[in-house]
Design a protein around this ligand. Sequence first.
Ligand code: ACO
Length: 361
Amino acid sequence: MSEGLDDVVAARTVLSEVDGHAGRLVIRGWTLDQLVGRTRFEEIARLLFDGFFDDLPQDLTSALGAARAKVFEEVQAVDDGLLALGPVEAMRALTARLPDGDDLDTALALLAAPAVFTPAIVRLQAGEAPIAPDAALGHAADILRMLHGRPAAAGQAEALDAYLVTVCDHGLNASTFAARVVASTRAGLTSAVLAGISALKGPLHGGAPGPVIEMLDAIGRPENARPWIEADLDRGERLMGFGHRIYRVRDPRADALKGAVRRLAGQSDRLPGRLAFAEAVEAAALAILKEHRPGRPLDVNVEFFTALLLEALAFPPAAFTGVFAMGRTAGWLAHAREQLAGGRLIRPQSVYVGPTPLKAA
Ligand code: ACO
């Protein structure tokens, strides 16, 4: 038995490979640095979907724009009960209204869902009216427009595209596994994506970047980093944005995102200082983790610089996981279709360690 399924291989995939020793991520034959900064989200989604859907257009831009416009109709269903939820739970609830299915239209609606619902919910929770999608825009530019209520500033859509591409797929991580398990029962793509969102929101997976901001704000100044981090570890806490099940070296996505933050930093007065502070906290954390766990390589993961990038794009921390879902849904959908195409029902076994039934007298 393997607690946590370490080293268990449970799927064959053509989608992505995570090499935890080399610190390398390959997505359909391309390394992460060959893709980030050169690929828009629509293109990476097309790359992931290729071979898994009939009649896939060469360019998904207009089909995805139309899907955004269509799913926006669901925003009318938002009520006070839904707005009392956190933005990720509210986005999940709206996504659950979409019909199940296995075809490309269902997949495009699911790809559009977190991108449309997250900005709408953030605005409604701030007392502002939601903004309808502009189907003619690129996906990233439209998400920022729906969030901010004005066209994205120079460099912002490119930064969001860099983020969405960076997180689009990552081997058999917890949420992708959850999505594949549900897909293997033939429940449909909506059910598989809802399983993915539910697994993603936990802080040990995609729920970490909000707490990264809380940590940075609690530390406040570079000189506070060491005492704050040591006290946190002494309480038995885990440092958010550090450590990974597969990577034994630096997560390559962390540097892809740090690069995207640096490119954005040239256009903001506040960001260079915030980035320098985060780098000081990162350096302190790495040194302290080495002292605390000399036998365990713990390095920075994708979530640390995710937090900085999404903060710079003015997403509220409570919505960060919803933005993660905007990218990762592409991977979940491709994995779900791959599972349906070749995989069997996923049904592992457990070892019973409960009481033995009493013998009948
Ligand atoms: N801070 C302090 N200690 C840590 C951390 C951390 N961030 N990460 C791991 N450790 C410790 C564990 O407590 C464990 O100690 P123990 O054996 O005494 O219990 C030891 O290091 C070994 O941990 P791993 O086996 O490498 O960790 P695991 O694979 O179970 O967990 C995980 C990986 C969940 C990502 C973990 O590193 C963690 O909790 N990180 C903080 C949360 C976080 O950043 N989540 C985002 C992950 S990236 C993503 O999913 C998109």
